[in-house]
Design a protein around this ligand. Structure first.
Ligand code: G6P
Length: 614
């Protein structure tokens, strides 16, 4: 949700800023802008649309400044216009600011500033902050550390969430940043220092980073940096090596990040699972849960909180954990949980799942759970993320940067970790060593099974082509394949803009069947055994009403003649990994379906990857 980059160093800032913005474009791509310190004024370039538009403007003006800030926007307050595009300058031209987040009390603050004769040129909440900093800067004239003090004073008046980078015309050697609620990281290079929403912005130029904590301010100077608190006291700055590589954040030979990330899944799953099985091969060993064994043995309820695709992984987790560990599981939308007064029943474990570890609603749900004294565990791909820091324990997904807005490898890894958690909790309860070993082996064979589906990607491209004119599609499955159906429908609608809905297969008759006609295909996920036979019966109900049917079916399961128009076979696997195996064809189907429509799958309309506002 908006990406920010700041650069202070001995090279031309525009290259570093544009490279950084390109890498952060997954956070928003409504408009982009940059401000450069030009000695006694700022030069500003702002364009609506993609970062490329800004890049071509900068190629013409070619600023040579070595100090600048830049922003790629996902609009919250104010339409997508040049005047609402960041950076925002203060009325007196002294302060330039880029902001990710929302200043909730910007209305009253704006009125106070207007009362002092300050005029605004945008509809954004962010411009209020640049003017507020300028106001305090003028007021504190002559004081020590005038710029940092003005920033602290301004922030103390703001409610809401922010990650900001700020420049002051009168302070040519300074770049300031601050965070509350939105991520901000300092990149420490050789003769150059960065500020960014995410370390991917400077991977390849910088080896070490300092992840700011909420309530911290970074003061970057040409000759070093300091981290202070909002009260002005020195804070500890722990630098750590960046865990991403240039290959992680670049597309390579693929057509899009989404395609790259779909095809990375065998390796990604291997990384998620590596070293996480007990020595006797019958259980899962999740380091981040160590020290909580007594609580895990005692717990009698699990509540998952998450948003979007991550929530679908939790819904699969509900089936898996209840089956393996016999612990009751509930899955909540994080945005609902945080405002609900849910009863604090028994020994409840709250598990928050978030690829980025920065989704605001998920973080607030964790904070609410902790206020209620509940044990919280995070499953996240975001190393050093807010979720990783704010939970009592956690497990990293280890799948590398996921840049495509539509989540793919993060989803399958989250489901794999739910299965691992189910295995670990199950072995603490009634699951036998033999059952445990079968599950561990099924998980270890998963990368190979996934790879075998990816090899048949061309068949899925042909199927997507066949159905690509449909504007309404249904995705249907039972049990753990029901959330997979939801995920298949979400993937398709978010990148192709076709309308798709996921339903439990048997629920078809309670409404969605009314949509069935020759233009509305149904995609069925079929399991083995008795339930699979019932799903096939549902397929026949659709066929009887002239609805086209594409069925994803395990090897060995017989599909009667006439029950489906197309059958795509997946390997017959243990039921614990079945949802992951069934997901892969749906990802490729959605990907090709959107590409056939010539859509940009990495930057779908109106979406952003990391939602750091409510
Ligand atoms: C956004 C993204 C989704 C993602 C969701 C949760 O909606 O577009 O792809 O699943 O946020 O993100 P998280 O980082 O918490 O997993």
């Amino acid at each position: 949700m908006c990406g920010i980059v700041g650069y202070l160093g001995n090279s031309v800032a525009q290259d570093a800023l544009i490279d950084g913005l390109r890498r952060l474009e997954y956070r928003g791509y409504d408009s982009a802008g940059a401000a450069f310190h030009d000695g006694n004024a700022f030069s500003l370039a702002r364009e609506t649309g993609r970062v490329e538009n800004l890049a071509s403007t900068l190629r013409e003006s070619n600023p040579t400044s070595t100090l600048g800030i830049a922003h790629t926007r996902w609009a919250t307050h104010g339409a997508v216009t040049v005047s609402n595009t960041h950076p925002h300058l203060s009325h007196d031209g002294k302060i330039a600011l880029v902001h990710n987040g929302v200043i909730e009390n910007y209305g009253p603050l704006k009125r106070i500033l207007e009362g002092k004769g300050i005029e605004f040129s945008s509809e954004t909440d962010s411009e209020v902050l640049s003017n507020l900093i300028a106001y305090h800067y003028a007021r504190l004239e002559g004081e020590e550390e005038q710029f940092a003090q003005a920033l602290r004073e301004a922030l103390s008046q703001c409610r809401g969430a922010y990650g900001i980078a700020v420049l002051c015309v009168d302070e040519p050697g300074f770049l300031l940043g601050a965070r509350r609620g939105s991520p901000l990281v300092v990149g420490l290079g050789d003769g150059e220092t960065f500020l960014a929403s995410d370390a991917s912005a400077f991977v390849g130029r910088v080896r070490d980073a300092v992840y700011l904590k909420d309530g911290e301010i970074a003061l970057l100077r040409e000759d070093g940096f300091r981290i202070i608190t909002m009260q002005g006291e020195d804070a500890q700055a722990v630098s750590q090596p960046i865990d991403q590589t240039v290959e992680d954040v670049e597309m390579g030979d693929f057509d899009s990040f989404m395609e790259k990330e779909i095809f990375e899944q065998p390796v990604a799953l291997e990384n998620t699972l590596r070293g996480r099985f007990g020595d006797d091969g019958t259980t899962a060993k999740l380091g981040g849960l160590e020290g909580h064994e007594d609580e895990l043995r005692r717990l009698n309820r699990i509540v998952f909180v998450a948003c979007g695709t991550a929530r679908h992984s939790c819904m699969v987790g509900e089936y898996l954990i209840e089956r393996l560990a016999r612990v009751p599981v509930e899955v909540e939308h994080a945005s609902e949980f945080r405002y609900r007064n849910s009863p604090k029943a028994g020994h409840t474990l709250v598990i928050a799942v978030s690829q980025s570890g920065e989704t605001l609603d998920t973080l607030e749900a964790v904070r609410e759970a902790r206020t209620k004294g509940l044990l919280t565990i995070g499953i996240t791909n975001g190393v050093g993320s807010s979720l990783a820091r704010e939970t009592d324990g956690g497990v990293y997904q280890r799948v590398g940067a996921e840049i495509g807005v539509a989540s793919t490898k993060a989803f399958t890894s989250q489901v794999a970790l739910c299965a691992m958690l189910g295995l670990a909790l199950g072995r603490m309860r009634e699951l036998s060593p033999i059952q445990g070993r079968e599950i561990a082996e099924a998980l270890q064979n998963l990368p190979e099974n996934v790879a075998s589906i990816l090899q048949r990607g061309e068949t899925l491209r042909e199927l997507a082509h066949k159905y690509s004119e449909a504007e309404h599609l249904l995705f249907l499955g039972r049990q753990d394949l029901y959330p997979v159906a939801l995920e298949g429908a979400l993937k398709l609608k978010e990148i192709s803009y076709a309308h798709a809905e996921g339903y439990p297969a048997a629920e078809l008759k309670h409404g969605p069947i009314a949509l069935i006609n020759p233009e509305c295909p149904s995609i069925f996920l079929v399991e083995e055994g008795e339930l699979g036979a019932k799903t096939i019966a549902n397929m026949q109900e659709v066929k009887a009403r002239s609805g086209p049917v594409l069925a994803i079916v395990p090897e060995g399961v017989e599909v009667p003649d006439g029950a489906a128009d197309d059958v795509f076979r997946v390997p017959a696997v243990h039921e614990v990994v079945r949802p992951i195996v069934a997901t892969i064809p749906l990802q490729l189907f959605a990907y090709h379906f959107a590409r056939i429509r010539s859509l940009d799958v990495d930057k779908p309309r109106n979406l952003a990857k990391s939602v750091t506002v409510e």
